[in-house]
Design a protein around this ligand. Structure first.
Ligand code: GRF
Length: 206
């Protein structure tokens, strides 16, 4: 069983998908801790309801570097092997990324490299998709490297953009796909079926 730590900042529907995936046996792992940088993140409540240790660590008073070190310590003392960023709205420090090299998974609500990187998060992504007029958007699960949304891509799935779509309707459609591919990526990771060749992720699909 892989020890998983989940970092959140918001509602936690991706976290909920992971909790359900573990409880149904789809994910051969155990969520050891959920950490949020926001006290009011409903995802903390979701963790509590699932009897998972959930902690709010206030970034106030820490430099960015120091805050990432505090997160790192909390994860390591719980023997976390895989870190999942489920709507975590901070870029991790170089030290954190190196400590957990190719063991940090992030979910992003677009088809990276489109509409990704600095400043592209949450509804801003969907607004940019509508403004640009693309016919397809989607979601991406990727390993985290030192950049913003630039790590090796694990899974992607497309979502059609319809004429009447709004930011809200797109967010809903993409979120459903996010839940699906995030659970699938963590499942594959826990089964040791994700390989890396340079920046290409090779999936061993039995
Ligand atoms: C999702 O859209 C995710 O892609 C983005 O932040 C949102 C988090 O949603 N990183 P939730 O907190 O998992 O519901």
């Amino acid at each position: 069983m892989v020890n998983i730590g989940v970092l959140i900042s918001g509602g936690g529907t991706n976290l909920q998908a992971l909790i359900d995936g573990v409880n149904s046996g789809t994910i051969k792992g155990k969520i050891r801790v959920v950490i949020s940088n926001r006290k009011d993140a409903y995802g903390l409540e979701r963790a509590r309801k699932a009897n998972i240790e959930s902690i709010f660590i206030d970034p106030k008073g820490y430099s960015h570097e120091k805050y990432c070190n505090v997160l790192l310590e909390e994860l390591k003392k719980r023997d976390v092997e895989l870190v999942v960023l489920a709507g975590f709205l901070k870029i991790l420090s170089r030290e954190f990324v190196n400590e957990y090299k190719n063991r940090i998974i992030n979910i992003h609500p677009s088809l990276i490299p489109s509409f990704s990187g600095q400043g592209y998060y949450g509804e801003k992504v969907h607004q940019a998709v509508l403004d640009y007029g693309v016919k397809y958007t989607g979601a991406t699960v990727h390993f985290v490297d030192e950049g913003a949304d630039t790590g090796p891509i694990i899974l992607q799935e497309v979502v059609k953009v319809d004429n009447e779509d709004t930011v809200e309707s797109l967010r809903e459609k993409v979120l459903k796909v996010e839940h699906k591919i995030l659970v699938e990526a963590v499942r594959l990771y826990c089964e040791g079926r994700l390989g890396l060749k340079g920046r290409k992720v090779i999936i061993d699909r039995e």
